[in-house]
Ligand binder design. Structure first.
Ligand SMILES: N[C@@H](CCC(=O)N[C@@H](CS)C(=O)NCC(=O)O)C(=O)O
Ligand code: FES
Length: 112
């Protein structure tokens, strides 16, 4: 499997996915920390990949989205953007709508 296939599969399988510097509990950059802090406001599972130390993965993600910086956030298979965009969506109340059904599905799974 090529790195691009790995990225595609990752995006498909994880409803909320962040390619970041460090990990959610130990971010290694303020921009990544901010994005995680925003996503943690919502009751959704957050999948994360640390791109530091894996240059090939990092370059593949950049090439996949044609977006030059990290973090990079994907929701339901779609590239959403970086920390500025996710914060803006949060502040405008848009993120609630985008993430709403993911939280709901989780509740359904937990009660079944
Ligand atoms: N304004 C950006 C901030 C992110 C940013 O500037 N990231 C830089 C510094 S961490 C970056 O990823 N640079 C390219 C690199 O490190 O490869 C956003 O909205 O996400
Ligand atoms: S690692 Fe320096 S600003 Fe992100």
């Amino acid at each position: 499997m090529s790195f691009d296939d790995i990225v595609s599969q990752d995006i498909k399988e994880n409803p909320v996915l962040i390619y970041m510097k460090g990990y959610p509990d130990a971010p290694r950059c303020g921009f990544s920390a901010l994005a995680v802090r925003v996503l943690k406001q919502y009751d959704v599972p957050i999948s994360a990949r640390d791109i530091l130390g894996d240059l090939k993965l990092k370059e593949s993600v950049k090439a996949h989205t044609n977006w030059p910086t990290f973090p990079q956030i994907f929701i339901k298979g779609e590239f959403v953007g970086g920390s500025d965009i996710i914060l803006d969506m949060h502040q405008k109340g848009q993120l609630k709508d985008v993430l709403g059904d993911i939280a709901q599905k989780r509740e359904q799974n937990e009660s079944s």
